[in-house]
Design a protein around this ligand. Structure first.
Ligand code: KG4
Length: 316
């Protein structure tokens, strides 16, 4: 038995989890999303301040729930990058200090690896190779994954991440932050009739969602300037349909080029219903994270920490 404590503070969620090997024992998360929604997006300074206020409470709640002492922990893993520097620093400092205090190893984790493997938390086994789609507020990436330590970027966004564009479109429609869930909930297939951008120039072109964002914002602004009625549901649904079709196009291309059927989703946008349904149509070998593991969470960091430790024969 090895107890792994994980710390995630890359953006606006302060989260701590404890695993016994691959088994998640507890997770506690405090989010500053409500506070951030007043500003229509994440304010880094507020995120850092809230991590500072909340991190010890997350630790205490986790330990209490499973009736353990911090001195029972064998490893500490923490999100090292990528993320908001101020937010990351608080988690890193906390994890390193705690590890020093209880005399265990502290291991820095790539946040994106957490997302790649989050669909396997509570699964019996992982079958390699697989294609991973990580779509969130900060990232849009497709990987070919051969092992916990061997993964190759096949496609990555050159500008806005898809979640960022969801948030921007929602904000322009005066909908609340974060925009993804509200656009998802209001999606109406019959109203997705506006033609925004349709195709990638080449199958291998890197993800770029700023063109789609500009097309949607221009459409709204032109309507406003002409004093024409704006059908918000029509705009949001048309945007979502286009965005998901663009992602599915890419997945189908890499699926056929690499002849890999297994597709694994991760990241905040992987909560999206249309994306999930569309992926089910292109493969029957699909792994989707439970909703609670789609956004930022310490469970995915702890689970990847477990995979790394096991891969390096540090735990059985
Ligand atoms: O992974 P995440 O919590 O944070 C980052 O690391 O960025 O992702 C947050 C993003 C936000 O942009 C949010 O609007 C989007 O995920 N999101 C969604 C849905 N739920 C969250 N986007 C589309 N559909 C959803 N259901």
């Amino acid at each position: 038995m090895s107890l792994i404590l994980s710390v995630e503070t890359s953006c606006d969620d302060t989260s701590i989890a404890i695993f016994n090997n691959e088994k998640l024992l507890t997770q506690f998360t405090l989010s500053s999303a409500l506070e951030q929604s007043k500003y229509g997006g994440v304010v880094p300074e507020i995120a850092s301040r809230e991590h500072l206020n909340n991190i010890h409470q997350c630790l205490i709640n986790c330990l209490k729930e499973i009736n353990l002492s911090v001195f029972d922990i064998n490893y500490i893993v923490y999100t090292e990058y990528p993320g908001l520097p101020g937010s990351l620093h608080i988690g890193i400092l906390f994890a390193k200090m705690l590890a020093n205090l209880i005399n265990v190893q502290a291991i820095g984790i790539n946040h994106l690896c957490g997302h790649i493997f989050s669909a396997f938390i509570n699964e019996d086994k992982i079958s390699y190779p697989f294609l991973s789609l990580v779509v969130s507020g900060g990232n849009s990436v497709i990987y070919k994954v051969d092992s916990p330590v061997k993964y190759k970027v096949l496609n990555i966004t050159v500008d806005d991440a898809i979640g960022e564009v969801y948030d921007k479109v929602a904000r322009t429609l005066n909908w609340t932050y974060p925009g993804g869930p509200i656009i998802d909930r209001n999606y109406d297939e019959n109203k997705a009739t506006i033609n925004f951008i349709k195709k990638w120039p080449e199958p291998t072109t890197n993800f770029s969602f700023s063109g789609l964002k500009t097309a949607v914002l221009n459409y709204i602004n032109t309507k406003k300037m002409k004093n024409e009625n704006i059908d918000e549901i029509e705009i949001a649904s048309s945007f979502q349909k286009t965005a998901i079709e663009l992602i599915i196009d890419k997945l189908q291309y890499y699926k056929s080029v690499y002849n890999i059927n297994c597709l694994v989703l991760g990241g905040g946008v992987s909560a999206n219903n249309l994306l999930r349904q569309s992926c089910k149509k292109i493969t029957n070998d699909l792994y989707i994270p439970e909703l609670k593991y789609t956004g930022d969470n310490a469970a995915m960091i702890g689970y990847y920490g477990y995979l790394l430790l096991k891969y390096n024969n540090k735990i059985k």
